[in-house]
Design a protein around this ligand. Sequence first.
Ligand SMILES: O=C(O)c1ccc[n+]([C@@H]2O[C@H](COP(=O)([O-])O)[C@@H](O)[C@H]2O)c1
Ligand SMILES: Cc1cc2nc[nH]c2cc1C
Length: 331
Amino acid sequence: MDAARSRQGSLTKPPGSLGVLEEVSVRLAGIAGACPPPRPQRAVVAVFAADHGVVASGVTPWPQEVTTAMVENFRAGGAAVNVLAREAGADVVVVDIGVASDVKEDEVVWARKVRPGTADLSAGPAMTRAEAAAAVGTGIRVADDLVRRGYDVLATGDMGIGNTTASACLIAHLTGRPAAGITGRGTGIDDVMLAHKTAVVAAAVARVPAGADPLDVLAEVGGLEHAGLAGLVLGAAAHRVPVVLDGVIAGAAALVAQALAPAAVDHCFAGHRSVEPGHATALATLGLRPLVDLDLRLGEGSGAVLALPLVRSASAVLRDMATFDSAGIPT
Ligand SMILES: O=C(O)c1ccc[n+]([C@@H]2O[C@H](COP(=O)([O-])O)[C@@H](O)[C@H]2O)c1
Ligand SMILES: Cc1cc2nc[nH]c2cc1C
């Protein structure tokens, strides 16, 4: 990172004039342990899909079946993340880590179900500690598989009706903030449903002792996609491969990864800032600055994929710009 900072200072531009792109390039050098770092060229967005028992308690206007239907939309290439990934030159892989229905496996959709959806976190633990640990392990192995296939930058994605409720629980617990400032409208809910959702989050978080082990927090109030995404971050970090995080679900998962292994977050970039209020709080605790801020609240990995060209550009600047010396420009 020192070498990258020093190289940035020698490039043909006023020092610091490329702003956050310079910071991104320095962090890429740190992740790779090399200056200049390898280009983050072969990108994939890993969309972790799972269902949530808490949907039964009335926290989202959408039926659970939409999770499965969207997995089929991802497979067919018709979802927003497919379109945006094509624009960014990224592949899409969908990981069924906990969809409630049976999902067919092919080269796009990977069958990695830990259990068919969580239990209702408003009534008791969402899953067992063993299931949470298994889902984190699944995410680590997905990162291993993707890196082995030659991907050198991973973007996170998610699909799961109800998952903004579990995200709010994880963020409220892991940042110590009250549910009211963290819980948001998810896919779009009215004030009455938001008040109920906030009460569900507050009551669930209150069951979990402060300072609880991160796997116990995941088991009590998390989702299978959160566990898988936390594992993806850990696995990518172990391979020194950068991860571009999507919105509030990824932010919640990254907090779990941070609680398990703080240095893992050094390998992450915040692709964007979601409208969901807990996301800004999560990013502050992660110490990550979002690269784009476009009022997105879709998930799927849309905001992460949109940020990929910025991460690649930061890398290209550090590698390819002329220096004052090489260009013969007086300083
Ligand atoms: O990524 C985000 O910040 C985000 C914000 C709001 C909604 N979502 C997506 O919407 C779904 C969850 O919304 P909800 O209202 O059912 O909890 C899930 O599939 C997420 O991918 C995602
Ligand atoms: C249609 C739809 C698409 C989504 N993509 C991510 N979350 C979603 C939620 C809904 C409802």
